[in-house]
Design a protein around this ligand. Sequence first.
Ligand code: FAD
Length: 484
Amino acid sequence: MTSDVSIQDQPAIVWFRSDLRTGDNAALHAASLHKTVLPVLIRDTSNGERDVGGARKWWLHHAVERLQEALADLGAPLVLLSGNPEELIPDLVTSAGASAVYWNRRYDPDFKSLDSRIKEDLQSRDIHVESFGGHLLHEPTRVRTGSDTHYKVYSPFWRAIEGGIEDREPLPAPKSLKAAPTMPDSEELSDWKLLPEKPDWAGGIRETWTPGETGARDRLEEFLSGAIKGYANDRDLPGIESTSRLSPHLAHGEITPAQIIHALAESDTDASSKDRTVFRKEIGWREFSYHLLINEPDLPRVNHNSKFDDFPWNDDDEGLRAWQKGMTGYPIVDAGMRELWQTGWMHNRIRMVAASFLTKHLLIDWRLGERWFWDTLVDADPASNTASWQWVAGSGADAAPYFRIFNPIIQGEKFDPDGDYVRKYVPELCDLPSKYIHKPWDAPEGVLSKAGVRLGDTYPHPIVEHQKARQRALDAYDKIKDAA
Ligand code: FAD
């Protein structure tokens, strides 16, 4: 961090990106040491990056609104601009007479190269540029195996970084800021048109989430005073609130993993050490996904395991649409896909089951599933989404072997034994007895009619038969398994 007083006499620009918070924000903290500050957030319209999906746009609108309020309260309102950051940031430096630009690092490969170019350009103009960590617990490029490669297996990766994760005190939010003397006009957030209008599909998302830093903090407190106890066992049960649901807050940088780890360490929860360890390890999967993405920048498009390049994926628009709409005839899959559509989120266990169903039962390319999740998840994350899809499909790092094909009936019976989750999201089945809730086609006619279920009418027949689909998937895998 700079200690040059003359630099701090001039305005600092703090460029917000995936870090929509004031607490534990090293870039904002560095800027706050200047006499005046110009906070800016840029909507990149230069087509240099993958557009965020619809659900994340909804979230972004509200998260930016909360950040605008927080920064205005501190004394330096957030400036919103649209355009190419490579042009806008240097222009701002000139117009504000800024001596420094600060930002928190992003690890998406597209962003990384953009940031490097801007950094070089500013430095060539003698502007002080500094970037900081925070989005992750560790710097994903720093950790290497003994043979100087990146890790491709999770457990040794986690062992390598776990010991080095210090439980540091998160940085406090600045107490106040003073706006730079020359502030450009800000665009109106409403002009960015991030919210859906016709149709407004966000009703269920609105009811479920509170975007913003305060929402993130409340969510964490609620988790630490509740579901962390028993997390190790219950986190696989989609019918209860058994996990933290912090993922969208993390994706938008409203909270840092360091804040979460610190709060966990300080918490007076009587959760067992196993609960705590398992939770930390889940945060570790997020770190691992970024470690993979940064070392394999093509991960969103290219199979980690190149054997899968010749995999005989099916061109099946009808199957894809049935899966997207939650109309496959397999209740646990349909409940997950409808939870996703209604709330912008899906429980982790069910993400695995639904992704497995798409890639194995329907033999549909994981990239199409990834794209749907990208558009519909409020926590859509460039690293976790891609790495997880490849993991389930079998093409990824440390992946589940392809021949391990989730049986959607057994998964339902095991993790949603009373069918609470299915009843909530597939209401047309809600009156079926638990015995049949995950396989309505086995129910006698009298039971179905008592529950008001008419298969093929009120709820679909299974679009593929499990055993046949499983065999078809294994046959397809046989075609590539011996490839070099
Ligand atoms: P918790 O159980 O409370 O875990 C705490 C945090 O740990 C999470 O918020 C998340 O940041 C991290 N985490 C937990 N499990 C995983 C995991 N398997 N991989 C990476 N990080 C993990 N997660 C995303 O954040 N964004 C995605 O786009 C995403 N896409 C996925 C796609 C598929 C096909 C699958 C199988 C998983 C995906 N995940 C994704 C991982 C995981 O499902 C979510 O992180 C988790 O469900 C979020 O809920 P939570 O915050 O309650 O998790």
